[in-house]
Design a protein around this ligand. Sequence first.
Ligand SMILES: *Cc1c(COP(=O)(O)O)cnc(C)c1O
Length: 384
Amino acid sequence: MKNLHPYVPGEQPKERPYIKLNANENPYLPSPLVTKAVARLAKKQAQKMALYPDPDSLELKKAIADMLNKTGGVLARANLKGGKKNGSASKVFASDSDKIPFIVTPQMIYAGNGSDEVLSFIFYAFFDGDRELVLPEHTYSFYPVYAGFYEIAMDKVPLKDDWTLDKEKMILDANKRNSSIIFANPNAPTSLGMTREEIKEMIKSAPKNRVFVVDEAYVDFGGESCIPLLADFKNLLIVRTFSKSLCAAGMRLGYAVANPALIEQLTTVKNSVNHFPIDFIAQQAGIAACNDAGYYVECARSVAFERDEFIDFLRNNGWQVLDSQTNFVFCKKDGRSGEETYKKIKDEGILVRHFNTPGIEDYLRITIGTKVQMDKLKTVMKNL
Ligand SMILES: *Cc1c(COP(=O)(O)O)cnc(C)c1O
């Protein structure tokens, strides 16, 4: 216990109605189909709340697989066709570059209580205490927390000067000790993504008998998904979440996509810890969300549009900003302290994220909100 270092999430303050641009949540509401499904449950299926839910969330896994097959796993690039039904576009197609060359089946999906829980089970199932797990120095800060909890040694590989992953060093180190690799793509907090081809080359040279984990929490906003690579790599495990692109951080739904053998092992861990990780209401809400992919395509496109506008604004005002494929930007301005700027913006009623981590303490990570929220932020930043 004394050695645990719990994760510190972005603040969720109660004392004042801040504009929240600090936790990479989606500013848009869930689809109307989701709110309808939940209302219908309360009215007509209250008895279900008295009963245990499906432990394996099979209907939800089917809905997730169906959504991935339709969208290709990148909402911001998916195509919409047909008129609007229930306020949502009726048909969704993957763009040519995102088409998955096989059918994703429910047996390839593991569904869990937020991707943080999915990650926890992955760390437990697949990483060894005595084999250094290879990860970038700056990436999702929950990975080191789990490594500490499960007593897994880490090899944190520094990013290159341009903030990209040092792929060569990561592969070299993984082969030295026959270790697993984990990173987010696009990465956080840098917002930079790698192409599927680049990751394919990495997996090809990484240890074949170790699980290779790619966390695609942000890929729907314009990155490239690695799902098509599952045809070639039995050791690839992809983690995804409903929290960012599916406007559902409060619902706690995450999932993994991999070949069935890895999914079965994750299920064994789940059934040894918490047989029922996803409650009945979240399962039904999740199914409704997957059935309205068209709605979320429009949300992802709006976020991507506002992001590109905001990046232009920042660059025109002397900020350094990395090219973002996510729903946030990572930026700094020479001569400005990250912490001071964070505080000044907070005084104006807007929360952004600042990390006290050495190497990135001058940077701010700013979540993309609605146009109204971004206009307010631009005004505040202009007047700093
Ligand atoms: C937000 C985030 C998660 C956690 O998502 P939940 O499904 O809400 O637990 C996981 N990985 C990365 C990289 C994230 O940014």
